[in-house]
Ligand binder design. Structure first.
Ligand code: RP5
Length: 167
């Protein structure tokens, strides 16, 4: 039975998890619960369809779907739900994952999948958090702090670089 975590991370294979661990870590660092499942659009199509059909009722707010090669999983999930679906193309042995990227991004009109870069599980997590933050002031505050921290890190690294060149 599904928990009612606001984010569901669905992967096409267990082999995708090493690339997607950063996604789980990023969500947890913001205090966002995530349900993690392996389901395949090709190998377990009924499970994928059942999950997507019931996700809204089960309390899921955003679905992150990672898949590689002919990466139909995000699009198939999106076909069965009105929830936002964020697709993460997995790096494959063919053109470093261009096949996965195009399979996820090139959806037909009417069924959008918000596609992040190849292997970009961290950005998928942040985009999911941004969606949740529209109705969660605490998460919005954390996102503002996250941006401020990033800017400060860039300024510090710039200052360190300039100092090392001048030495
Ligand atoms: C896709 O095929 C999966 O998402 C994975 O990226 C790729 C390879 O899967 P395995 O053969 O490693 O299970 O469905």
């Amino acid at each position: 039975m599904m928990k009612n975590a606001p984010v569901a991370l669905i992967m096409g294979s267990q082999s995708d998890y090493p690339s997607m661990e950063v996604c789980v870590k990023t969500l947890k660092s913001f205090g966002v619960d995530v349900d993690v499942r392996v389901m395949s659009a090709h190998r377990t199509p009924d499970d994928a369809a059942d999950f997507a059909k019931n996700a809204l009722t089960n309390g899921t707010k955003v679905i992150i779907a990672a898949a590689g090669k002919a990466a139909h999983l995000p699009g198939v999930l999106a076909a069965f739900t009105i929830l936002p679906v964020i697709g993460v193309p997995m790096k494959s042995s063919f053109m470093d994952g261009l096949d996965s990227l195009l399979s996820i991004a090139q959806m037909p009109p009417g069924i959008p999948v918000a596609t992040v870069g190849v292997g970009a599980g961290d950005n998928a997590a942040l985009l999911a958090i941004q969606i949740l933050a529209l109705s969660d002031a605490d998460l919005a505050k954390k996102l503002h702090q996250h941006k401020a921290d990033m800017a400060e890190n860039v300024r510090k690294s710039s200052a360190a670089l300039v100092a090392s060149i001048q030495d």
